[in-house]
Design a protein around this ligand. Sequence first.
Ligand SMILES: Nc1ncnc2c1ncn2[C@@H]1O[C@H](COP(=O)(O)OP(=O)(O)OP(=O)(O)O)[C@@H](O)[C@H]1O
Length: 241
Amino acid sequence: MDDAVSVRDLVVERGRRRVLQGISCTVPRGTVTGLLGPSGSGKTTLMRAVVGVQTVASGTVTVLGRPAGAAELRRRVGYLTQAPSVYADLTVRENARYFAALHGRDHAHADQTVTDVGLAGAATQLVGNLSGGQRSRASLACALVGDPELVILDEPTVGQDPVLRADLWARFHAMAAAGTTLLVSSHVMDEAGRCDRLLLIRDGRLVADDTPDAVRGATGVDDLEEAFLRLIKASEQEADS
Ligand SMILES: Nc1ncnc2c1ncn2[C@@H]1O[C@H](COP(=O)(O)OP(=O)(O)OP(=O)(O)O)[C@@H](O)[C@H]1O
């Protein structure tokens, strides 16, 4: 099976609104797949459905060959939410070691993961005293420390400076090269070009599911932001006709 995630005809309603309107897409194994779209387009909702914590109205979500949310997937899927999920009264290192222990990993592995997200210099600081960007990276370390086969990252680079963002993307690609599958959301279009594949959603509908080069080729423009605008206009014209 080549796809880590397969979504078919997914419909999700939240607060009586239909926020995913029949999405079908796949995330191939060993890739960094970008999930892009404007604020409120449904990125987090789709990620929640993949993790298995979102009630769905209809459709199917298959993750690593099992229904999303199956108990056996818990150790195989890592999820970074937008709200950092770390203990404020523990240090970065203590947080990483705690989550590592839950996955049967040792201290050395936890400390390496802290270094991998660029937090070696803050390892002994209490998470409650960190900046927002640092806290987000501490949370990332805890999501990655169990070496999940599938990693779902909701806007992992928000609040990071350009050098750190580049480092994190290099890290994501190294993980993919080693066989991990990553689904990474962003509403920063300049990050789209860093992905192997792109899923573009708008108003709960999929507008593109392709490689960055194929998106450029289909629209005839090099700039991915402009390419997405063209795809959105084309999809709106299709919907109106
Ligand atoms: N708990 C909720 N109850 C009702 N509606 C919700 C709830 N959470 C999200 N929504 C709505 O669902 C839609 C999709 O939200 P979602 O968080 O998936 O978007 P997003 O693309 O991740 O946005 P952002 O980039 O701002 O994080 C939005 O219109 C939002 O207002």
